[in-house]
Design a protein around this ligand. Structure first.
Ligand code: MN
Length: 136
């Protein structure tokens, strides 16, 4: 048994991978023995990930606020507390807050054999995101 106290300051999402302010707290960190990675992610209004993929897929579970998620070529989905989304391995997608709402999700995935959690692509286009906001 290992208890990890909350002693580290909350991390922030790197600008290369996120638009807007995103705060990340670890829940489970992969080790040599297991590949589970989980984190609690707070997106401020308008903040979102860049486009990206996960080698073994990802599940997100919304705990607060209103969010948006999209896979490449798909429609933008509004996601709310209690909703969960599974992204297939290699599926290009993004997720984040609605323009006028915070969104908090728990993100869960398994890292690959090299320890990679994600491959990052371009940022979500402003106009594309704004259009999603209107459609919502
Ligand atoms: Mn993802």
């Amino acid at each position: 048994m290992k208890v990890t106290r909350q002693t580290k300051p909350t991390g922030t999402g790197p600008k290369e991978w996120f638009t807007g302010s995103v705060y990340i707290d670890p829940i489970a960190e992969p080790t040599d023995g297991h590949g589970l990675s989980a984190s609690s992610v707070h997106f401020t209004p308008g903040a979102r990930t860049a486009w990206h993929t996960h080698p073994k897929g990802q599940t997100i579970f919304v705990v607060e606020g209103v969010g948006l998620a999209q896979r490449r070529g798909g429609s933008i989905e509004v996601i709310r507390p209690g909703d969960r989304v599974f992204f297939e391995p290699g599926e290009e997608h993004w997720h984040g807050a609605a323009p006028d709402r915070f969104m908090v999700h728990i993100a869960m995935l398994e890292v690959d054999e090299q320890g990679n959690a994600a491959s990052w692509l371009e940022h979500v286009d402003e106009q594309e995101y704004a259009r999603a906001a209107l459609e919502r």
